[in-house]
Design a protein around this ligand. Structure first.
Ligand SMILES: Nc1ncnc2c1ncn2[C@@H]1O[C@H](COP(=O)(O)OP(=O)(O)OP(=O)(O)O)[C@@H](O)[C@H]1O
Length: 335
């Protein structure tokens, strides 16, 4: 488990301590995919660099699997960092080395692996990320998605238990993003690797993360299971990220509401209820007429969900609400 206990960080700028991360408490369980979402400058990279101790905290403690790594000296840090792999937005590959040599690099640097061990591990990783055919190529000869696959293989070389991803898909097109996220999800499942993923896109969080922390101005303003934060965001910043990812224009939405008659409800379905033909029977039984103002069906990781905004007129509204409640539909009355 990763525990950040009242961890804070200030950077010294022109002789002054400028806070980048306010005291933060966070626990990330082994084997989960944890997203950290926030705008530029929110403190995401700082938080993640504190986990692998690329930065030393100004206060608080970083505890990994029960061990306090805050005060580690150089030698302990070197051993510890082998347990924490990292991938980056711009891949950070060595351009003068082949794909295979890039992957082998951290193992050679560690100085504790035999040549045969390195060769075997590199072959295994090339296969894992689907790049066996590209082993002798140089990074400049690869696509962005392939470069990130090399980055992932290199990060896994020393068999880490934690993988940190700093905007790992931000430089990739949507299709490549999807395939890299799928690879990360497979690796998480197969290796039970803990993944901490920084992003400024809620959509990335929705696809792969189990839990998420939303950051704003150096602090975590909301955190919890993605199903909660994504479907029922509480903080303004979280709401902005969700609206942005769903391409909802708040002004247009308010205009639609102004035109609609009656009560306005937002219904959220999760899991199998997403596919139930519920609305027709509720309308029939309660005599309520409804029109759909907006709606979508999608997935949060593997969980299907649906969200519908309806305006309702006539009939017995309370009976309709009771029927929706019985069917485990989450109802918010927006007007
Ligand atoms: N080495 C540093 N020296 C001084 N200030 C820094 C340093 N690194 C980060 N900061 C400042 O700390 C704050 C948080 O930066 P950080 O890089 O953690 O944010 P971020 O959310 O990761 O942003 P981005 O998405 O742009 O990388 C910013 O105001 C940034 O300017």
């Amino acid at each position: 488990m990763i525990e950040l206990i009242d961890v804070e960080k200030s950077y010294e700028v022109d002789g002054r301590a400028v806070p980048a991360l306010k005291p933060t408490r966070l626990e990330i369980a082994n084997g989960e995919v944890f997203g950290i979402v926030g705008h530029s400058g929110a403190g995401k990279s700082t938080l993640v660099r504190l986990i692998n101790r690329l930065e030393a905290p100004s206060g608080g403690r970083v505890v990994i699997d029960g061990e306090d790594v805050t005060g580690y000296g150089d030698e302990d840090l070197r051993a510890f960092r082998r347990k924490v792999g990292m991938i980056f937005q711009h891949f950070n590959l060595l351009f003068s080395k082949t794909v295979a040599d890039n992957i082998a690099f951290p193992m050679k640097l560690a100085g504790i692996y035999s040549r045969a061990e390195i060769r075997e591990r590199v072959d295994e990783l090339l296969q894992r990320v689907g790049l066996t055919d590209q082993a002798r190529k140089y990074p400049a000869q690869l696509s962005g998605g392939q470069k990130q696959r090399v980055g992932i293989a290199r990060a896994l070389a020393c068999r880490p238990s934690i993988l940190l991803c700093d905007e790992a898909t931000s430089a990739l097109d949507p299709q490549t993003t999807q395939s890299v996220l799928r690879l990360l999800a497979d690796i998480n499942r197969e290796l039970n690797l803990t993944i901490v993923l920084i992003t400024h896109e809620m959509d990335v969080v929705r696809r792969v993360c189990d839990r998420v922390a939303v950051m704003d101005a150096g602090e975590v303003v909301e955190s919890g299971p993605v199903t909660d934060v994504f479907l029922h965001p509480q903080h303004t910043t979280s709401r902005e990220f969700v609206f942005e990812s769903e391409q909802v224009d708040e002004d247009e939405m308010q205009e639609d509401f102004a035109r609609a008659r009656g009560r306005i409800l937002r219904l959220t379905f999760q899991g199998e209820s997403t596919y139930e033909p519920l609305l027709g029977s509720v309308a029939r039984e309660s005599g309520v007429d409804f029109s759909i103002l907006s709606g979508r069906i999608d997935r949060i990781k593997e969980t299907p969900y649906g969200q519908l905004t309806l305006s309702l007129v006539g009939g017995d509204l309370n009976a309709a609400l009771a029927a929706l409640d019985r069917a485990d539909v989450h109802v918010e009355v927006l007007r």
